[in-house]
Write a protein that binds this ligand. Structure first.
Ligand code: ADP
Length: 297
């Protein structure tokens, strides 16, 4: 399956231009939508889950037009919003049963089987009788994904997937999603955290100020940053200068000064060696160098 976005624009009533002439194809599998706060990610997510209409443009899901076939599209969707919260007093299994009914699962026996299976899958079966609003942060997030998946959706949209999760929960959550992505489904992860994307997504897009800055694989993005990441052995005085001049990625204390990683096309005047970039370097390279060049031309 495929989502095809053509010439999409969204202008809010107050004149904020949140999406600007966006063209993007999203294929099967895990897709990362990366960008800083205010880039337009949530706006795009809300349009894709049919909660908001674009100002202009077109979105096709295979041969269905998102604006004309809202009901069909909705039946294919699972959505985990960023600020997902629960109705108070519902037990974990009651909540999921409620979500399943909302998703249109009318047959009680079938629903019970589906709810039990899903609780098992997300590791909440033991917690099924606990009040949903008393679960830990990670468990709530898992219940959130369970409600998004209960109806076997073919398009799964997760906003800021790992917000509030500890590292162990983060890994568990990513694994849960990547197990599903082996099927004929699209999973879109919208995030400002580079680490959410690197380990799991085969394709990604970078949004900046409502515009598409990059679309391709994470490896392609990294490729673009080659030759632009340096490690410098600096004295304290040099470090102060470097910090002013370049985006600094990391700093490690060494004897007589600092080992500093920076993202820049050159580091003339310092003792610097180029290093292999990772996705985080590539993101900084894009945001600092490429996008600034655009806005200066
Ligand atoms: P992101 O999710 O990447 O942080 P958003 O889609 O929330 O970005 O926001 C994109 C831009 O649209 C921002 O400049 C934001 O201030 C603006 N915006 C978002 N929601 C609204 C709204 N309801 N009304 C007016 N402007 C909005």
């Amino acid at each position: 399956m495929q989502i095809k976005i053509e010439n999409l624009n969204k202008v809010y009533r107050n004149g904020n231009y949140a999406i600007k002439n966006l063209n993007l194809e999203i294929p099967n599998g895990m897709f990362g939508l990366l960008g800083p706060n205010g880039a337009g990610k949530s706006t795009l997510m809300r349009i894709l889950v049919t909660l908001m209409k674009p100002s202009s443009g077109k979105v096709m899901v295979d041969d269905l037009d998102l604006l004309k076939n809202r009901r069909e599209i909705r039946s294919m969707l699972g959505y985990l919003p960023q600020d997902f919260s629960f109705f108070s007093k519902l037990k974990t299994y009651e909540f999921l049963d409620y979500a399943a009914r909302l998703a249109g699962m009318k047959n009680g026996a079938k629903r019970k089987t589906a709810v039990d299976k899903m609780l098992e899958e997300v590791g909440l079966y033991e917690a099924r009788d606990r009040n949903a609003n008393k679960l830990s942060g990670g468990m709530k997030r898992r219940l959130g994904i369970a409600q998004a998946l209960i109806n076997d959706p073919r398009i799964i949209i997760v906003d800021e997937p790992t917000t509030g999760l500890d590292p162990e929960e983060r890994i568990r959550f990513r694994n849960l999603l990547s197990n599903i992505s082996t099927q004929d489904v699209i999973i879109i992860l919208s995030t400002h955290i580079v680490g959410d994307i690197s380990s799991t997504c085969n394709n990604m897009a970078l949004l900046s100020k409502g515009e598409l800055a990059f679309a391709g694989s994470p490896e392609q993005l990294v490729e673009e940053a080659k030759g632009n990441v340096w490690v410098i052995n600096a004295t304290q005085a040099e470090y102060m200068e470097i910090n002013e001049k370049y985006p600094v990625i990391s700093t490690i204390p060494i004897e007589g000064g600092w080992e500093v990683q920076v993202v820049a096309p050159e580091v003339n005047g310092y003792y610097g060696k180029p290093i292999e970039p990772n996705l985080e370097h590539a993101y900084v390279h894009f945001m600092e160098n490429k996008l600034n060049q655009w806005s200066n031309t």
